[in-house]
Design a protein around this ligand. Structure first.
Ligand code: ZN
Length: 208
């Protein structure tokens, strides 16, 4: 008797990437760095990397603008509702929302993953990404945590939010803006996601 794992091809893996903030909402701003701008840059690098890994990728936000209607009374609420609606319509296998962190103390640094507590599979993706970083020698921040961030709340599919690093840490702020580091980040996220997808979708075929 032998067991042969059947690995699902990653081209069946459809991921929605969400660049946090946008439009009038810059997110965290430290010095001349706007989180919204940086999130979009990293999403674009990550989209390319995931495509190189054979994944299908869609984006919630494709430029600096938010998704809210100019006539909405509460633009933030409307923007979030539009993002959730887009995700529901795209019906992906995974949502990754990209953000940058801040903290009152400059010394705090490192990538940290959060996951949609209610959706099965989210914690596993967050753990896979976090472990990949914890083993990579790059700055990281311990263990993944659940989040009630409203984009990933009631998510129809596994969803993770990645705080790529701390804009309040001067060294990490420099790193996060460099194309080389953005590519390293993207490589590790894509590697972890593809491996975790294969792990979750590997069926063990039993042949006698
Ligand atoms: Zn943010």
């Amino acid at each position: 008797m032998n067991f042969s794992p059947a690995i699902i091809a990653p081209e069946q893996l459809h991921i929605v990437l969400d660049a946090g903030h946008g439009g009038r909402d810059n997110g965290a701003c430290v010095g001349s760095v706007s989180e919204a701008e940086l999130n979009l840059q990293i999403v674009q690098v990550l989209a390319q990397e995931l495509q190189n890994h054979g994944c299908a990728v869609s984006l919630t936000r494709i430029d600096e603008e938010s998704l809210s209607s100019p006539y909405a009374s509460n633009k933030k609420v409307d923007d979030m509702a539009k993002r959730r609606e887009k995700i529901r319509n795209l019906n992906p296998d995974l949502v990754i929302s990209i953000h940058q962190n801040t903290y009152p103390s400059e010394s705090v640094s490192g990538l940290q993953c959060f996951y949609a507590n209610e959706t099965l599979g989210s914690k596993e993706y967050a753990t896979a990404i976090q472990n990949q970083f914890n083993q990579s020698g790059l700055p990281f921040s311990k263990t993944p945590k659940p989040t009630d961030f409203n984009l990933v709340e009631h998510s129809p599919c596994p969803a993770v939010l990645i705080e790529c690093g701390f804009l309040t840490n001067p060294q990490e702020r420099e790193l996060l803006q460099s194309t080389t580091y953005q590519q390293v980040l993207a490589y590790h996220i894509a590697t972890a996601v593809v491996q975790e997808y294969s792990r979750q979708h590997t069926t063990v075929a039993c042949t006698n």
